[in-house]
Structures are given as C-alpha cells and as structure tokens.
Design a protein around this ligand. Sequence first.
Ligand SMILES: C[S@@+](CC[C@H](N)C(=O)[O-])C[C@H]1O[C@@H](n2cnc3c(N)ncnc32)[C@H](O)[C@@H]1O
Length: 369
Amino acid sequence: MTVALPHQRPPVDFRIVDLFAGPGGLDMAATVLGVPSVGIEWDPNAVTTRTAAGLETVHGDVRAYGPKHFPEANVLAGGPPCQSFTVAGTGAGRRALEDVLEFVQRLVDREDRADIDAALAKMDDERTGLVLEPLRWALDAIDDGELRPYDAIVLEQVPAALRVWEKYAEVLTKEGYSVDCDILHTEAYGVPQTRRRAILVARRDGHKATLPDPTHHRYRKGAPRPPRDFVLDSWVAMEDVLTERRSPFQVVSNYGTGGDPKLRGRRRSCEPSATVTGKVSRNRIVTDDSAERDLPRLSHSEAGRLQTFPKRFPWSGGDIAQQIGNAVPPRLGIHVLSAALGLAVPGKDEWHALAEWSPRSEAEADASH
Ligand SMILES: C[S@@+](CC[C@H](N)C(=O)[O-])C[C@H]1O[C@@H](n2cnc3c(N)ncnc32)[C@H](O)[C@@H]1O
C-alpha cells in the first residue's frame, strides 16, 4: 500500500505489523512517518488507549497469530514484555537468558513446533516464549512458500535483551538480512528522559541496516548542559516540555538506590527526566529550593510528554502510568523506523507533526473510510 503524507514526505511502500504493541509508541512513530501499522495487543487498557488514538489494533494474544494473518505487512516490529533476565548478573537472570538462547537455536534448527511449544508451556516464566515470538514470525515468513520474508524488522527491549538480539542478528544474517543492534540512549535522540533500550534493525534485498545516528548530546550526571555544536544538539530538559510548570522543580523518585529511602534518585527540571516507569505517578515533585514544598504530581499528559507522546494523546483505560512506562518514546521510534526503512532523517516537520498530533474526531475518521 502506498501512502501520501500530509507533510510532504515522499510516499512509502511499507506496512508494519507491530507485536506487543502497547499503547502505541512505535505506532505513533509510524503514523507520523505515514507508514500504516497494525498492532497486536492483549491488554484491554492499552487497547482502550489505542482505540481512542485511532491506532489500528487486533486485540488478542500474539501467539495466536502469524504472518499469514497479516499478508499485507512487509515490516515486522516488536517490543516483547520485559524478561526475567532483566536481573542480569543474577543466577536466575542468567538461566532465563540461557533458556531463551537455547529455544532460539531450536527454532533455527526448525525443530517440530509442537515439541517447542510443549517445552515452552513447561517453563516457569511464560515471557521466555514471548521474547521468541518475533523470531517465530520472521522464520515463518521465510519458510512459508506463499509469503515473502519481511523486508525490514525492528525490535525493542530492555538493555539486558541485547544478548538475545545479538543471537537474533546471527540467525537473521544467515537468512540473508543485514542487521545492526545496540543499546540506544533516548536523550541522545531528543527525548527529555534518560532511558536505555536494546534495539535491533534488519533489512533484506541489498539494503544495509543501520541504527540511527544520535542527534543530541548524552546526559552525564553532574556535568553542565553541553552547548549545541556542529554535530549534536544539547539534550532536552523536562522544563522544555512541561512548560505549564512555571518555577523550577525536582522529581524525587519513589525508590531509593539499593532500597535506601535516603538515596532516592532526584532530577532537576533543568535536566532530562530519569527513566519513566510504570510507577511514574508515585514520584514526588517538589520545589527546587531548600523548602522542598510538594507540588502536584505528574499528570498523565505530562508523563506522556516525557516519553514524547503528544500533549493531546488520549490516555485511556486503567493503569495509565504502566501504559506510559511500557511505551517506546515515539521520537525514538521515528528515528529508528526512519533508519530501518531508509527514509530521510527526520527533521522539524516530523517533530511538529508529532507535537501537534491530535486524535481524529469520529466524523473525520468516518469520512476517510
Ligand atoms: C513493552 S510493552 C510494548 C510497548 C510498545 N512497543 C509501544 O511502543 O508502546 C509490551 C506489551 O506487550 C503486551 N503483551 C504481553 N504479552 C502479550 C501477548 N501474549 N499478546 C499480546 N500482547 C502482549 C503487554 O500488555 C504490553 O502492553
């Protein structure tokens, strides 16, 4: 399908199927780039938000579907839920990682799927199976004579998943893909938040896969804000996007480092936010002075903006803080998708389109059908 864009980007010929689509961080990125996408998501809360935002959604379990159900999609995207190997370095974390790598090999060896499924069903942690889903989809598209391999693949997870993406990279390279994967830092892409994510991009048919180049300086705790130079912009601070808050503030994390409440993380409004998690609404906001007077906590719109969602994004359903914490920051998504699909490096048109986006009214949506 070819889509013409409202802000004059050249038409693109991609269509994304997005596994574990959450509230739609990656799909918002696709929307801004004019790339149609359909997300599969099972959480009714996230689906309520997606529906309010007009994002195309299949409400269901990713494991019940496969590439043959989405024959028009030529790009596979996915952000499986965080895995128990997040606790990297611990015995349990290492075992979970080894289990995943072993199952990757069984998929690659084209072992009987019923046997693999039966072994997965016996695992204590069902997320082991979920992190394998993107590879299952990619291999099914390659093996099914009636389908085409995906032209591009884009995957996102917590940093501890990099080892899994590296294994995926080996496998996909043997299947004819060019692959790049690494940890990206969101503030280096203009997100007013420090957040690290393991990203994999893969392309076929002679296109070289490359991760996007950073556009902004990295944040270093205690170091002054670096000035804009010929290559990189200064990082973006919370106060740059939470403009309704007129005086300086500090965000005091809900958790203390190592469990010590005295060591609660703090960020000043003139710095990027710490990683926005599902507990974001528990953070205290205080005045940035010795009085440390309590200020209103972050609204959903504000927490969403720290993730670069538009101001008018219609967060809906329950557990909205968790939905916000789960999402890929759309701005990072725009950079990653543009690089993965070989589109122009995003610029002010895209940032304007993202910031000014608003959900279409029902009348507008009906008129376009
Ligand atoms: C890390 S979030 C993904 C965020 C998403 N990429 C975005 O940009 O907003 C993972 C999502 O997977 C969903 N999920 C977990 N298991 C699932 C399954 N078996 N089928 C469909 N969705 C699932 C969760 O509800 C959660 O919303």
